[in-house]
Design a protein. Structure first.
Length: 369
């Protein structure tokens, strides 16, 4: 074909293609680009509360029992659900194992409680619970696994007790839109109940002030990518508003580690002080979040929600930028129990305890619920 004719054919083909009306096929360079993932937040807020125990035969179980024989505890936490649900991460401490549906149920001194309490915790907005306590094995290893099953079914993560040895070595980390928070937990004892033979890994136990096991767990969480690591410590003396020397020593050892950013305390059943140590914080004892102690003369209905905001610094590390305490009160009626914002008298009493180790001067804000 002559060169002039060949060129004409090419020109004609181009003109026809331009008049065809069909859509132009995008090249790979023209294809729409995928939207980049949003960057992780610069700050996250954690709310943590105290011991959850369901004592039997008292106002709580009387009021929560339904006509079909089951239990509904949703109303217990309803007054504080806004506080809990507003947090990026809400952490509870489930101190006791749950029984099978329908029971039998037991209270103090060896607990096996209504599993419906887990549904109420989930409904209030809790994301994560520590489960290592002196009552972890009150209903044996079966009770321990049943409790973990109930939490998992309700969508609540847990740490401190485990079904398998493999699980005991796997860090508990919650991803908050790109900010990863690790949680480790341990108890100072099990009320004399031995760890199950061959399952010594089932509960994290720390012989205070030795916290080597807790530090090892925190290091695993950090190595797995946790930006923030929180340690929950269940100890030491009940009904004492001040931490023991062993408790203080354990906390200082934990916070001296680069792998621990915050310590939360449980077990005393009364509120204990907050303290800033360096640029980190400890809440030595959050009191009860739900309980009906028969013990009188102690402020076991006083409670507190700890709220810590972690902010990313220029070095990429997250530290506490705001420390807050919200005084709460367990309101016990004739046939109902509710967790409510504390009244002025209770708030003043709780605030005085929180400040016994200089927390307010160090930046703690005591705020209404």
């Amino acid at each position: 074909m002559p060169a002039t004719r060949s060129a004409a054919v090419v020109v004609l083909a181009a003109l026809l293609a331009g008049c065809s009306g069909g859509p132009e096929q995008p090249t790979s360079a023209q294809a729409p680009a995928e939207s980049p993932a949003p960057p992780p937040p610069d700050s996250v807020t954690l709310v943590a509360t105290g011991d959850v125990l369901v004592h039997q035969g008292r106002a709580l179980t009387t009021g929560a029992r339904t006509p079909d024989g089951s239990y509904d505890f949703a109303g217990v936490f309803a007054p504080v659900a806004g506080l809990i649900g507003a947090a990026d991460l809400a952490v509870c401490h489930l101190e006791t194992p749950v029984a099978a549906d329908g029971g039998p149920y037991r209270g103090y001194p060896s607990f096996a409680v209504q599993p419906e309490i887990v549904d109420a915790l989930a409904g209030a907005g809790y994301d994560l619970c520590s489960t290592a306590s002196n009552h972890s094995l009150d209903d044996g290893f079966d009770g321990l696994t049943r409790t973990l099953d109930a939490l998992e079914a309700a969508g609540i993560r847990s740490t401190g007790t485990y079904r398998t040895e493999e699980a005991s070595a796997e860090p508990t980390i919650v991803d908050l839109d790109g900010v990863r928070v690790g949680h480790v937990a341990a108890t100072f004892g099990l009320n004399g109940v031995p760890l199950p033979a061959g399952r010594e890994w089932s509960v994290d136990v720390a012989d205070l002030p030795d916290v080597e096991g807790v530090l090892a767990a925190a290091a695993r969480a950090r190595a797995a990518g946790a930006d923030v690591v929180v340690a929950s410590l269940h100890c030491c003396v009940e009904y004492d508003n001040d931490p023991t020397p062993a408790q203080v020593a354990a906390v200082r050892t934990l916070l001296a580690s680069p792998d621990v950013d915050l310590v939360l305390g449980h077990h005393a059943h009364v509120v204990q002080p907050f303290e800033r140590i360096g640029d980190e914080w400890v809440a030595y004892g959050l009191g009860n979040h739900l309980a009906e102690h028969a013990t009188r003369g102690y402020p076991t209905e006083d409670s507190v929600a700890a709220r810590f905001t972690f902010t990313r610094g220029a070095d990429g590390r997250f530290t506490v930028s705001k420390a807050e305490a919200v005084p709460l009160r367990i309101e016990i009626g004739a046939d109902a129990v509710r967790v409510v914002p504390a009244d002025p008298e209770s708030s003043a009493r709780i605030a005085a305890v929180l400040d016994r180790r200089g927390a307010v001067a160090a930046g703690l804000e005591v705020v209404p619920g």
